[in-house]
Design a protein around this ligand. Structure first.
Ligand code: C2E
Ligand code: CA
Ligand code: CA
Length: 714
């Protein structure tokens, strides 16, 4: 700080401004270092009797001191020597003088012009009794000598010699290195002690001056004083010493009238280190060590620009973990954190991705695929998908945590940083909506409207809070292939929103899970279904039962068992007539915990069905460990079953296995008679699908399906 201030003050020696203007700048600079409340240059009247202010400086919030027409005898001087006073440490007389100006400490230095004391440089403080150390006193002396030199120069009209001596003295005592070169940077006119004695400083200055000369020659700029004055300092790293320097140049006229380059070098290594630390903190995610959102935007800006320039393509992949919130809540934050760290390390470990993975916050990650790697993007995507297809080890157990990913490419989708991130985010959200655990490319022709998403969000919050009846439950028949009788159904929710229209679960369940509203909606559906089941049971269909879906998010609530128990008893339904459907993705995590929850639910009376079997990871071995009553084979197996022999063999295997482990099989998504006949032949007992009927409202269901024998050539 001191050196920087002094360098600035020294550079004012060459200024062409008026004395008052220069001195004002000097005072302001000096106070940056001294930090006292006031400073002033005072003048002695020509008769030598009175003191007047020439220029004064008052710190922020301070009133200016009024020192005008003060008899010299009443001032702080006495003799024409430097004088340092503080109210607690001076004579009565001095104390009286200080108090007359409202000052508590002062340093006053006489300034001589042509051998007579003509001015004073004075530093005051109105708040404290200051005690200046040696370094500060020397600084004050140096400043006064510069003021003296400027005044003298003005008086004697460029008395170069005196300013040279002052300059040389001062430059030598400054902590930073200073060297003066001819304007070609060849000949050294002057160097101070620091430059002479410190190799790295000398080396750095010489190198920087050479480079500057070359730079200026190339730019062929006319030597324009005003422009060079505002030249920005450069930062230079000296690899040999490992030090950083800030280098400043000024073009001055030297004592002998020749044009020179003055170059100063200040060691800023410490500052740089602090800066790097701050930069690291600003650009990195503390938890995972990945870069953060800010750095992502910074990098992306550059990478997109390069891609545009070189006419190449790159991509941004936006990854959001599925149901992380609930893993986090369920296991505790420290394990959630651990999982995030493992995922971060996993992403960084994928070839080509090191240094281009970012954590955007929460459970969101971004990967930038640079143009150089874009050709291999499908491999990269495959690797990312593979990463999430294997379990993570937490608390000694295997956990699966899937992700949904959106990919946007630049510059074709957009060349704007924020837009690209938004597009990848939207594509990610589409992946979530279509069932999670998948990826999606941004498709501009699709209407992924974030406004719409917000709209849904607000409306859903409102509906859950005050219009829960907007959610309606439909029932889809499940049919016994032997008797053709419909003795059960699945409850499927719909949202009949006043504001947004009628929506299927695919349009709002993922968002409801994401927002944590699924528990309220799910409880409502369960209660409705229980009530309906009791009504139908009471009408004489004593064994008729209803399947109800439970979201993973609901299942991971601490009080899920009590909650379900409360609803069952409140509605008075026979719990044996309720089947709770849980999805594979729940069943796959932390076996111990899953077993506890499932057993807790079973103990209340309902049966348990494993939903969407075949879409996830569960091996048959795994399923054997769960106390399941029913397995529902997913529609994806059925779609091609008529042609696909593998699918046929698979379903047959499950049917056979189910007999040995005592579970029922329900096959979903039967749409035509060929599928129906084939499954019947394989030995499937229960079927659910459009072939027999779509989900319909309760009254329609009662009319068309309840307890009915259905015609199989519908
Ligand atoms: P899911 O549990 O697998 O339900 C079966 C879905 O397949 C239903 O879609 C049903 O209408 C559809 N489906 C049945 N047969 C056929 C067929 O032959 N062809 C075709 N193309 N589709 C058929 P829906 O009602 O749109 O529900 C979708 C998903 O939303 C459900 O899949 C379930 O995961 C979820 N869901 C529905 N209601 C609830 C609920 O109350 N709570 C929770 N947590 N999830 C629900
Ligand atoms: Ca289901
Ligand atoms: Ca299903």
């Amino acid at each position: 700080m001191k050196d920087e201030v002094m360098t600035n003050i020294v550079s004012l020696l060459e200024s062409d401004e008026t004395f008052a203007e220069i001195v004002e700048k000097i005072l302001r600079e000096a106070e940056r270092y001294l930090c006292t409340s006031h400073a002033a240059v005072l003048q002695v009247s020509t008769d030598g009797k009175l003191i007047n202010t020439v220029i004064s400086y008052a710190g922020e919030g301070e009133l200016p001191l009024k020192i005008n027409n003060i008899p010299k005898s009443k001032f702080l001087i006495g003799s024409d020597e430097l004088k340092c006073c503080a109210t607690g440490r001076c004579s009565e007389e001095e104390k009286y003088a200080l108090e007359a100006f409202g000052v508590r400490s002062s340093v006053v230095v006489p300034i001589f012009i042509n051998d007579s004391c003509a001015m004073y440089f004075a530093v005051f403080d109105v708040r404290n009794e200051l005690c200046f150390d040696k370094v500060r006193m020397q600084f004050i002396r140096d400043v006064s000598r510069i003021i003296q030199s400027i005044a003298q120069k003005k008086v004697t009209n460029n008395s170069l010699l005196s300013s040279y001596e002052v300059l040389r003295d001062i430059l030598s005592s400054i902590g930073s290195g200073i060297m003066v070169f001819d304007k070609h940077g060849d000949e050294i006119y002057f160097e101070n002690d620091v430059a002479r004695k410190t190799d790295e400083v000398r080396r750095t200055i010489q190198k920087c001056v050479k480079e500057r000369v070359i730079r200026q020659d190339n730019a062929k700029k006319p030597e324009n004083d005003e422009e060079t004055e505002t030249e920005r300092p450069i930062e230079h790293y000296d690899p040999e010493s490992g030090l950083w320097f800030e280098i400043k140049f000024s073009d001055l006229t030297w004592i002998d009238g020749s044009a020179v380059i003055v170059c100063t070098a200040v060691d800023i290594t410490q500052k740089k280190k602090n800066q790097q630390k701050i930069e690291y903190q600003a650009n990195n995610d503390f938890l995972t060590g990945l870069y953060n959102r800010m750095k992502c935007e910074l990098d992306l800006r550059n990478i997109i620009r390069d891609a545009v320039c070189s006419n190449q393509k790159g991509a941004l992949m936006f990854i959001d973990l599925d149901d992380f919130k609930h893993i986090n809540d369920g296991l505790g934050h420290q394990y959630g954190d651990l999982l995030l760290q493992q995922i971060a390390a996993g992403l960084q470990g994928i070839p080509g991705l090191r240094g281009h993975c970012y954590r955007m916050g929460g459970d969101e990650f971004v990967v930038i695929v640079k143009p150089e790697q874009f050709i291999g993007i499908s491999k990269i995507i495959k690797n990312v998908v593979a990463l999430f297809n294997r379990p993570w080890y937490l608390r000694g157990t295997e956990y699966f945590c899937t992700m949904s990913m959106g990919v946007a490419t630049f510059p074709d989708n957009s060349d704007d940083v924020h837009e690209i991130v938004k597009m990848a985010d939207m594509a990610m959200y589409d992946a979530k909506r279509s069932g999670k655990n998948r990826y999606n490319f941004y498709d501009g022709s699709k209407n992924h409207n974030t406004v719409q998403r917000l709209d849904i969000e607000n409306n859903m919050r409102q509906a859950v809070a005050s219009q829960i009846h907007e959610f309606v439950v439909f029932y889809q028949p499940v049919v016994d292939t032997v008797t053709k009788k419909c003795m059960s159904c699945e409850a499927l929710v719909r949202w009949d929103s006043k504001a947004l229209g009628f929506m299927g679960p695919g349009d709002f369940i993922p968002l409801a899970e994401y927002l944590g509203l699924i528990t309220d909606i799910g409880d409502y559906v369960l209660e409705e279904a229980c009530r309906q089941c009791k009504i139908w049971n009471d009408k004489g269909y004593k064994d008729f039962h209803i399947n109800v879906n439970l979201s993973v998010v609901q299942l991971l609530q601490q009080n899920v068992v009590e909650n379900v128990g409360r609803i069952l008893s409140r509605t008075g339904v026979n719990p044996r007539n309720i089947v709770l459907e849980i999805t594979e993705s729940f069943a796959i995590n932390d076996m111990e915990r899953v077993l506890k929850i499932i057993s807790g639910l079973k103990a209340l009376g309902p049966r348990i069905a494993l939903d969407d079997f075949g879409t996830g990871y569960s091996s048959l071995n795994y399923i054997k460990q769960l106390p399941l009553n029913i397995i529902k084979v997913d529609k994806t197996f059925i779609d091609d079953i008529v042609e696909d022999e593998y699918a046929q063999a698979f379903v047959k295997l499950i049917v056979d296995l189910s007999k040995t482990i005592g579970t029922q099989i329900v096959v979903e998504g039967i749409e035509d008679i060929e599928q129906y006949n084939l499954l019947k032949k394989i030995g499937v007992n229960y079927i659910q699908g459009y072939y027999f009927g779509k989900p319909v409202p309760a009254n329609q269901f009662e009319f068309e399906y309840l307890g009915k024998v259905l015609n199989d050539n519908k």
